[in-house]
Design a protein around this ligand. Structure first.
Ligand SMILES: NC(=O)c1ccc[n+]([C@@H]2O[C@H](COP(=O)([O-])OP(=O)(O)OC[C@H]3O[C@@H](n4cnc5c(N)ncnc54)[C@H](O)[C@@H]3O)[C@@H](O)[C@H]2O)c1
Length: 142
């Protein structure tokens, strides 16, 4: 089974992050510009939260707040569930399902090593299964 480290070798290690005092509007603008659904919230070298489209919908829109006035720290998810590079994609999928999250920052020791989303996992797992099917078909047709 593929590991997070292997997935990130293909996907890359870039992470889009913002500070906790950024306005929610600017956070959503960055998500739209980069075509991503979440940003890691960093204060210095520390990961202090994660803000997702879901946080925006539930904690800003439904609460009737102004995205230009609200700061990211007021609406972000502060306790971030993370993954480690040596974990398998299956383990990460189980964590996402159990914790009901769609993004996992990847932490190697103290370092932010990357980020994976549920779409990354689904794509990698489908490719892996497709490869196995092709191998089996090849074996049967020998
Ligand atoms: N074709 C692909 O390679 C691929 C990969 C992932 C998702 N998708 C599709 O994109 C759509 C939405 O995907 P999703 O729900 O997984 O989440 P998403 O839109 O947040 O993620 C899209 C991509 O951006 C990356 N990403 C997200 N936040 C990031 C951040 N802060 N810094 C750096 N990279 C970040 C993810 O790892 C993923 O590769 C779905 O339709 C999914 O199928 C396609």
């Amino acid at each position: 089974m593929q590991t997070v480290r292997q997935l990130l070798q293909v996907k890359g290690h870039d992470v889009w992050a913002i500070g906790p005092d950024t306005s929610v509007y600017d956070a959503i603008k960055i998500m739209a510009d980069k075509d991503i659904g979440a940003l890691i919230v960093r204060e210095g070298d520390n990961t202090v939260g994660l803000i997702s489209e879901r946080d925006y919908v539930r904690n800003v829109v439904l609460e009737g707040r102004s995205s230009r006035k609200a700061a990211v720290r007021e609406v972000m998810t502060p306790r971030v569930v993370c993954a480690r590079p040596e974990q398998t994609l299956e383990e990460c999928m189980a964590v996402m399902t159990e914790k009901r999250v769609r993004h996992l920052p990847v932490i190697d020791g103290q370092q932010l090593y990357g980020i994976i989303s549920i779409g990354d996992l689904v794509k990698a797992m489908i490719e892996e299964q497709q490869f196995i099917i092709e191998q089996l078909v090849h074996y049967i047709n020998r």
